[in-house]
Design a protein around this ligand. Structure first.
Ligand code: GUN
Ligand code: FE
Length: 431
C-alpha cells in the first residue's frame, strides 16, 4: 500500500460548461492523499482526513507544490505515424498519399515496428497519457509489435490492424478475406489479454470495398466486445469522395451504419461534417467521437463543434491523431480544443477539458469502470504535474486564484515539460 500526497483533482461526472461547476462533478483536494493498494485506487481524500488513518506499513510519498491528475486518455492516435509528425503542406487525401502510405509501408518489418512502438509508448507516458486507442498499419506484425510493447509496460491499450483493400498503393493492400482472417487471429491472440483490447480498424470508407466493410461487421458480430475504430467526415473532399463511392448511402456515417459498424465501443475519429440525422444515429447507437483539434487544424480539416455534439448526447473523448496531429500532449490538445471552440462561439472550461481528457475519454471507450478518475477500485494510472515547470508558468501561476484557473493556465502554457512522473497500476513508469 502506498499513499501519494499532493494536490489532487479529478472528475466524478461531466462538469458541464460552467466555469465553477457544482461540487459533485469536480473533486479537488489542495492537500490530498491518493491511497493505492496492489495497483488499484483504495481511497482519495484530504490529507487531514486520511493521514491519521494510513494503514499499517503504508509508504508515504510526498510531492509538495505538485498536482496529481488521472492518467490521460488519447482516444485516437496512429503509432506508425510517429516518424512523420509535422509533415508540411498537405490536406488529408494528398497528405495520405505523400507522407502516410510510404511511412506505413515500413511496418512490414517487425523490428522496425517494435522500435517505433517502444518510442511511441515512451512518448505517450512523457506526456501523461496512459491509455490510447491506436491505429496500427495493414500489417498484422505492426499490431503484434505494439501489443507486445504495451504488455511489457502493463499499459491499458486498444489497437488494431488497418483494413484496406482499395484506393491505396498495392504494397499496403489486403483483401476482404485476408483482413478478416488476420484480424480474427489478432483478436484471438490479444483481445482481453491483461489490459489489452482489440479494435477492428477499417482505415476509412474510401479505402474499403463494401465487401470488406461487411467483413468488419461480421467480426463485430462474432466478437461483440471488441472495438471498432475508424475515421469519418474529417475533410470536405473526403466527404464528397465517399458520396461518389457509396451513392446508395444517405451520408458518410450511414456507410458505416449500413454495415453494422456503429455500436457501443465504436470510436469515430473527427466527425466534423455530420448532419442532424447522423448525430442522432451516433447518440442512439452509443458510438463515440474522438475530437482531434490539433490534427483538424494542422491538416486544415475544419472546426469540430464539441458543445453541440455533446448536447446531442453523444460520447466524446479527445484524440491527438498523431501524425495528423502535431503534438502528443493532451494538454496542448486541450489548448487547441479551447481555441477551436472559441471560433464556434462556445467556451470550454478547464474542468470540461480535463473531463474530455480523462473520465469523458474513459466513457467514450466504455472503460469508465476501470480508469478515468480516482473512484475506489479503479486502476491506479495517474500523473504528477509540476505547475511551476517553466519560468513563464511559475510567473503566471502567482496570479492564479483557484484550481480552475491553475488548470486552465497549465493547459494553455503546459505540455510534456509539466509532466514530472507517471504511475501505471501504482508503479512508477519510465519513458
Ligand atoms: N483518414 C484516413 N486515414 C487517415 C489517417 O491516417 N489520418 C487521418 N487524420 N485521417 C485519415
Ligand atoms: Fe487519424
Amino acid at each position: 500500500i502506498k499513499a501519494f500526497r499532493a494536490a489532487i483533482v479529478h472528475l466524478l461526472d461531466d462538469p458541464g460548461y460552467d466555469l465553477h461547476p457544482t461540487p459533485p462533478a469536480v473533486e479537488y483536494f489542495e492537500d490530498g492523499i491518493l491511497l493505492v493498494e496492489k495497483g488499484y485506487v483504495r481511497a482519495v481524500g484530504a490529507a487531514s482526513a486520511l493521514l491519521p488513518h494510513l494503514p499499517e506499513g503504508c509508504e508515504l510519498l510526498e510531492f509538495p507544490d505538485h498536482l496529481i491528475i488521472p492518467g490521460m486518455i488519447d482516444t485516437h492516435i496512429h503509432y506508425p505515424q510517429t516518424d512523420m509528425i509535422a509533415s508540411y503542406g498537405e490536406q488529408l487525401l494528398e497528405w495520405l498519399e505523400t507522407y502516410t502510405f510510404p511511412t506505413e509501408r515500413q511496418f512490414s518489418d517487425p523490428h522496425h515496428a517494435r522500435e517505433v512502438a517502444d518510442f511511441f509508448l515512451g512518448e505517450l507516458l512523457r506526456n501523461g497519457t496512459t491509455t490510447a486507442c491506436v491505429f496500427g498499419t495493414v500489417h498484422p506484425e505492426s499490431v503484434d509489435a505494439f501489443f507486445a510493447a504495451a504488455e511489457t509496460r502493463n499499459l491499458r491499450m486498444i489497437a488494431g490492424k488497418v483494413m484496406m483493400d482499395r484506393n491505396c498503393p498495392d504494397y499496403l493492400q489486403d483483401t476482404p478475406e485476408s483482413a478478416y482472417q488476420d484480424s480474427k487471429a489478432l483478436i484471438e491472440k490479444w483481445h482481453g489479454r491483461g489490459r489489452l483490447s482489440y479494435a477492428v480498424t477499417p482505415r476509412f470508407a474510401p479505402t474499403s470495398t463494401p465487401e470488406q466493410l461487411s467483413k468488419a461487421g461480421q467480426l463485430l458480430q462474432e466478437f461483440p466486445d471488441v472495438y471498432l475504430h475508424t475515421h469519418v467526415a474529417e475533410n470536405k473532399a473526403e466527404v464528397a469522395w465517399v458520396q461518389e463511392l457509396f451513392p446508395d448511402s444517405r451520408s458518410y456515417l450511414d456507410v458505416y451504419h449500413q454495415h453494422g459498424l456503429l455500436k457501443p465501443r465504436s470510436v469515430m475519429a473527427h466527425c466534423i461534417y455530420l448532419d442532424e440525422a447522423d448525430k442522432q444515429c451516433m447518440a442512439e447507437t452509443g458510438a463515440a467521437v474522438a475530437f482531434c483539434p490539433t490534427s483538424n487544424l494542422f491538416i486544415g480539416s475544419g472546426l469540430f463543434d464539441v458543445v453541440d455534439t455533446k448536447t446531442h448526447g453523444i460520447r466524446v473523448g479527445m484524440g491527438t491523431d498523431v501524425g495528423g496531429g502535431s503534438s502528443f500532449s493532451l494538454l496542448q490538445t486541450a489548448n487547441e480544443a479551447y481555441k477551436v471552440t472559441q471560433l464556434r462561439g462556445n467556451k470550454l472550461s478547464a474542468f470540461q477539458m480535463l473531463y474530455l481528457a480523462t473520465l469523458g475519454g474513459a466513457k467514450a471507450l466504455y472503460l469508465d469502470d476501470k480508469i478515468g478518475n480516482f473512484a475506489p477500485g479503479k486502476e491506479a494510472d495517474f500523473v504528477l504535474l509540476n505547475p511551476k515547470a517553466t519560468p513563464l508558468l511559475e510567473r503566471r501561476l502567482r496570479h492564479c486564484q483557484d484550481i480552475a484557473e491553475l488548470l486552465f493556465v497549465l493547459m494553455m502554457l503546459g505540455d510534456d515539460r509539466v509532466v514530472s512522473k507517471v504511475w501505471v497500476m501504482g508503479e512508477e513508469a519510465s519513458s
